[in-house]
Design a protein around this ligand. Structure first.
Ligand code: FAD
Length: 290
């Protein structure tokens, strides 16, 4: 059992870890190598560097620092978080328990260009199987996605219906060994989607090849799970694409904190590092209080 699992190994997550490990908390950081910082070639607005530094170098130094101080780092993708007595974090390769969670997953924005997707949100298009699966009992549903997250969502929907199709929207499936055996429970359609159609509610999914399918519901589980996907499942309050936190970076769900681009409207390294520090200190206080 970890004291804290930090999801995201960008500046927010690693800054928080500096405070949790130095408070002797058992800390696991789970993230992929795709921090937004890697896209920043030249950084001149972060304090303490006489010469311009690259995002890659800054991130590398941060990673070395948290490892030296005793944090465990795991390169993996988090698929879902479950709240039991404590928290269970499920990744593409395993499951890990902890007492507190920090969401530091960066910008949640995903671009999905499918005509009428937004129009049918709440009218057949859903972003959360846990929240809405119940409404599709014995109906025909689709899951939009091509990775483990999509398979996980489809698996959750099997409680309600057996007629489930994974729509990859023209992308190749990228499923890890942990989820690959689940795939044969579902139909898979790899065609590019052109648009969604219906009257008041979603009724049809149209493909670029001119064909169409009847459908009752479409669950969006595109790419990896983002902070907003985690928030929906756990019932965490958001404001558009931002997780709502208090002055200690605590969300409305006890034991879950958020920092960095996922909880800030001013998306900068200094803000991510500052929020990470506040969250790290608050998590230490929280664990001591348990
Ligand atoms: C091109 C560009 C240039 C920029 N230049 C500057 C600049 O000059 N100065 C400045 O201050 N800011 C700059 N920024 C902004 C800066 O990069 C961000 O504010 C900062 O990286 C936010 O840190 P973060 O830790 O919140 O998120 P990120 O650095 O984006 O890290 C998010 C982490 O979460 C992980 N993650 C997400 N989902 C999952 C999941 N499901 N499972 C596991 N891990 C997950 C990712 O793999 C990553 O490790 C720039 C951004 C861009 C795109």
């Amino acid at each position: 059992m970890y004291d804290v699992i930090i999801i995201g190994k960008g500046p927010a997550g690693m800054s928080a870890a500096l405070y949790t490990v130095r408070s002797n908390l058992r800390t696991l950081i789970i993230g992929k190598n795709n921090s937004n910082l890697l896209k920043a070639d030249k950084i001149d607005n972060y304090f303490g560097f006489a010469q311009t530094i690259s995002g890659k170098e800054l991130l590398h130094n941060g990673e070395m620092q948290v490892k030296r101080l005793g944090a465990e780092l795991l390169e993996d993708e988090v698929i879902t978080i479950e709240k039991e007595d404590f928290f269970k974090v499920m990744t593409s390769t395993g499951s890990y328990s902890c007492k507190a969670i920090l969401l530091a997953t960066g910008q949640p924005h995903k671009v999905i260009r499918i005509e009428n997707l937004v129009k049918f949100e709440g009218k057949g298009v859903s972003y959360c199987s846990t929240c809405d699966g119940f409404f599709y009992n014995n109906l025909k549903v689709g899951v939009l996605g091509n990775k483990d997250f999509a398979i996980h969502e489809a698996k959750e929907l099997t409680t309600f219906t057996k007629d489930i199709t994974i729509y990859t929207n023209g992308k190749q499936l990228e499923i890890s060994d942990r989820y690959i055996d689940e795939l044969n429970r579902f139909h898979v359609d790899t065609r590019k989607i052109s648009k969604l159609e219906g009257s008041d509610f979603l009724q049809e999914i149209h493909f670029a090849d001119g064909a169409s399918d009847n459908i009752d519901g479409l669950f969006v589980a595109y790419e990896s799970a983002s902070s907003i996907d985690f928030a929906r499942k756990l019932g965490i309050v958001t404001d558009r694409n931002t997780i709502v936190v208090d002055g200690n970076q605590q969300t409305n769900l006890e034991g879950v904190f958020a920092a960095g681009d996922c909880s800030s409207k001013f998306r900068q390294i200094s803000v991510a590092v500052g929020q990470g520090a506040v969250a790290g200190k608050a998590i230490s206080d929280y664990i001591k209080g348990l």
